[in-house]
Design a protein around this ligand. Structure first.
Ligand code: AMP
Ligand code: GLY
Length: 426
């Protein structure tokens, strides 16, 4: 019998609200603390602001030495890329999230592409550049559209799908000449445009074996009909029917198996979540658009409601190399998340919007806070993506309609949400 665990969860988004909700259900949990959290967490769970600096090794280690935790779950990518798992590992504390070597799979597009090439994983053809002039020359000879990517972390803003040459030149100029992405733009990956439908699949890995969560489809554009600017994600649903059993089997054999094997060969078994962002062609051929080293947001909010099993056990055993002991499966049915965002998001948006939330939510529906904070017991918006409304149902149609019914009970001026989440599958 596993001893109970005192768990620290790092992050502040809707993803962390959903992870916390499922961790709390675990009989293995003795205590949960979150840092920095958001307005949806009970005050007793939130660590005091300024407790430590999440991107500083010294600060993290000093904190963990005087505040013992049995296990840390890291939500966002930046701490993992900086080395959070390595720093906690030096103190003997298991972390859900890969070490800094493996986290480069998200932290550097060039690293991800060269690893994929080595592992023979299907992806777009590419070339990496460190100079403006040679990159300009390269795009002259390439067909349109063409995709320009700043190499490093850029909060989802470093990618341009250029439909004409002027756009491509402008993207390169912004990265190389205007230094728009700072260090993240030191290198640029230029790659072939892939046509198809996108889907994301999460693998929870202990370095040897892995557990797949159901494939989800995110909605990245701000407005209905996939119009408007790109966002962090306005809603998602799962399972995505585009990922058939056949596609899934290719994803296992040609993508996850060789990636995890290559990480092992490098001496860095991948322990944590590997997020595969896929483009699936009209013939059903999956290719990798990107990898992330953490749970996706907002996909996690719906995907976790499909898990039949103990999330804490799954994440802990993955981090300690024993995922095969875990009895977890995926439930039948479907789940949907719709994001409530502040007017103006993803550009400049309203803040401090008072939120009038329903006292109770129905069975199988969940209200996950993202950009919120509490002031004198009242909840206000503090970010662009404010809430995620989630419903699990026996089929997609019922989960979508339950999610929208719950949204109608929320009173929040100067907000908006997409009304067509899951439209491709209904
Ligand atoms: P990334 O940050 O790599 O996920 O890219 C952001 C978005 O750009 C993706 O979700 C895709 O919609 C699009 N994208 C990136 N790379 C490609 C590609 N090679 N072909 C088509 N679309 C792409
Ligand atoms: N929903 C996209 C992401 O988490 O990167």
């Amino acid at each position: 019998m596993q001893a109970k665990l005192k768990v620290l969860l790092i992050g502040s988004g809707g993803r962390e609200s959903a992870i916390a909700f499922h961790l709390r259900k675990s009989p293995l949990l003795s205590e949960l603390k979150v840092y920095p959290g958001n307005g949806g967490f009970p005050d007793s769970e939130v660590l005091q602001s300024g407790s430590f600096e999440v991107l500083s090794k010294q600060s993290v280690q000093t904190f963990l030495k005087s505040n013992p935790f049995d296990f840390v779950v890291v939500g966002p990518e930046d701490p993992l890329v900086a080395g959070f798992a390595d720093w906690a590992g030096e103190l003997g504390i298991p972390v859900f999230g890969p070490d800094s070597y493996c986290a480069q799979v998200e932290g550097s597009k060039d690293f991800a592409k060269s690893l994929m090439t080595e592992a023979n994983v299907p992806t777009a053809e590419y070339k990496t550049f460190t100079e403006y002039s040679t990159s300009l020359k390269y795009i002259e000879s390439k067909p349109l559209p063409i995709v320009i990517k700043a190499d490093g972390l850029a909060a989802g803003k470093g990618v341009t799908v250029a439909t004409d040459r002027a756009m491509a030149v402008n993207a390169l100029k912004e990265i190389f000449e205007d230094n728009k992405f700072g260090e993240s733009g030191r290198q640029v990956v230029i790659e072939e445009f892939m046509d198809g439908q996108e889907a994301s699949i999460f693998a929870v890995s202990d370095g040897k074996s892995y557990f797949l969560l159901p494939a989800a489809q995110d909605h990245k554009r701000a407005y209905d009909g996939d119009q408007g600017p790109n966002t962090g994600g306005m809603g998602a649903y799962c399972p995505a029917p585009i990922v058939t059993e056949e596609v899934l089997s290719v994803v296992r054999k040609k993508i996850f198996d060789p990636m995890f094997e290559t990480f092992r060969e490098k001496g860095h078994p991948y322990r944590g979540l590997l997020y595969a962002g896929l483009m699936i062609s009209s013939e059903g051929r999956p290719r990798v658009v990107e990898f992330n080293c953490r749970f996706g947001d907002p996909e996690t909010q719906c995907v976790l409601s499909m898990l039949d099993g103990d999330l804490l056990e799954l994440l802990y055993k993955a981090s300690t190399g024993k995922i095969e002991d875990v009895k977890a499966s995926v439930k039948p049915g479907a789940a949907t998340v719709v994001v409530l965002a502040a007017q103006g998001y993803p550009d400049s948006y309203e803040k401090n919007i008072p939120l009038d939330l329903p006292e109770t939510v129905g069975q199988n529906t969940y209200l996950f806070h993202a950009g919120t904070l509490k002031k004198d017991g009242k909840v206000f918006s503090s970010g662009g993506r404010i809430l995620g409304v989630v419903a699990y149902g026996s089929d997609l149609k019922s989960s979508v309609s339950q999610a929208y019914s719950l949204l109608e009970k929320i009173r929040a001026p100067k907000t908006f949400f997409r009304k067509d989440i899951a439209h491709r599958a209904l």
